[in-house]
Design a protein around this ligand. Structure first.
Ligand SMILES: [Zn+2]
Length: 229
């Protein structure tokens, strides 16, 4: 579309920042410069001794663990994730994945991964939403890091109930049997980046990793968009 048409469209339908809601300038994509500057980046990838990594100690043997952002209630990160999960803004996931992927592509052990696997969404929820937000994030990571994304191999059964109001033990009881590996031979010997949207208790990551370790001999690193403190 010609630039002047673009300018007129922007005048009447300004593209808005997915984090703060202000109008984006023409050179911005998804998130405005001010938000990009002020988002709460964890920098977890630089130093393995951080709370997200510690919460998986003794539960999942990981090569590396990191989240791009801190998740706090009422924050811009919560707003971003709300847009991604509930407002059809799937491109937010790809955008964040590409940004973090540009960092991780130079960061061991993450850059030695050979395959990216997003945590599958409950089939019913994926039908309702039309996409899996973790897969969108995985696609961005994969593009920036040059690593293929596999969405067929780790499967989620359709039996689990909503986890929102359950405690850690109950959540774990609930998720530990719902993931399965379709074709373990394809994964054998590989270093896998397991990818999710928000890391809270780690129960979902633990369940996925357990299913993968039981099915085949793999190494696992964990990457999420955000870590809830
Ligand atoms: Zn903004």
């Amino acid at each position: 579309m010609p630039q002047f048409v673009n300018d007129i469209v922007n005048l009447f339908f300004p593209r808005l920042c997915q984090a703060c809601g202000d109008a984006l300038s023409p050179s911005d994509d998804q998130v405005c410069l001010s938000c990009m500057f002020h988002l709460p980046y964890t920098h977890f990838h630089r130093n393995p001794d951080h709370p997200m990594g510690r919460s998986l100690w003794g539960r999942v043997q990981c090569e590396g663990v990191a989240a791009y952002l801190f998740f706090r209630k009422g924050s811009k990160v919560q707003h971003l994730l709300h847009r991604l999960k509930y407002k059809g803004q799937y491109q937010v996931g790809t955008f964040l994945g590409q940004l973090y992927g540009q960092i991780l592509v130079n960061q061991p052990p993450f850059n030695t991964a050979q395959l990216i696997i997003p945590v599958p969404l409950h089939p019913k929820r994926q039908r309702e939403r039309g996409y899996n937000q973790s897969e969108m994030f995985a696609n961005g990571l994969g593009k920036a890091m040059g690593i293929p994304v596999s969405i067929q191999n780790l499967r989620r059964s359709s039996i689990s109930e909503t986890q929102t109001h359950k405690g850690r033990v109950e959540r774990w009881e609930n998720v530990k049997k719902i993931f399965s590996v379709e074709d373990p031979e394809v994964l054998e010997g590989k270093h896998i980046l397991l990818v999710d949207d928000v890391f809270t208790t780690g129960a979902t990551i633990e369940a996925c990793a357990t299913a993968l370790f039981e099915a085949c001999n793999v190494k696992i690193s964990v990457i999420t968009i955000a870590y809830a403190e």
